[in-house]
Design a protein around this ligand. Structure first.
Ligand code: ZN
Length: 123
């Protein structure tokens, strides 16, 4: 998986606080929520994000039975069905009658002034 070139939509960088791979245009790290150095030339950072996808759901362990161990995995596939990212988000355990809520959200901003790289990853 090769990252997009700097200055193009989808270009990434590493958060200096948590080392997570984030969008180059991000003004706030979505992982650790630290503010990042603001690049004055990047107006995209000031664009309000939209959330075209948000899914939230909870599961409750039945009152009876042994504890559960759970694994949360998120995958991203492109329009050709090719998996471009797969990430283990977290693992944990649930005791009887315990509830956990899981939320998946996809935020999007307009990549203003950036050239699209459609087909750039095709080889
Ligand atoms: Zn961070």
């Amino acid at each position: 998986m090769s990252a997009a070139r700097p200055g193009t939509p989808g270009a990434t960088r590493q958060c200096p606080h948590c080392r997570e791979t984030i969008l180059e245009s991000a003004g706030v790290c979505p992982a650790c929520r630290h503010y990042l150095r603001f690049d004055a030339s990047s107006e995209a950072a000031a664009e309000p994000a939209i959330t075209p996808l948000r899914i939230e759901g909870g599961i409750r362990h039945p009152e009876d039975g042994e504890p559960w161990e759970y694994t949360v995995v998120v995958t991203i596939r492109n329009d050709r069905g090719v998996e471009i990212a797969r990430k283990l988000i977290g693992v944990g355990a649930m005791n009887p009658n315990e509830q956990c809520t899981f939320t998946l959200s996809v935020e999007a901003v307009t990549a203003k002034g950036k050239r699209p790289v459609k087909g750039g990853t095709r080889h």
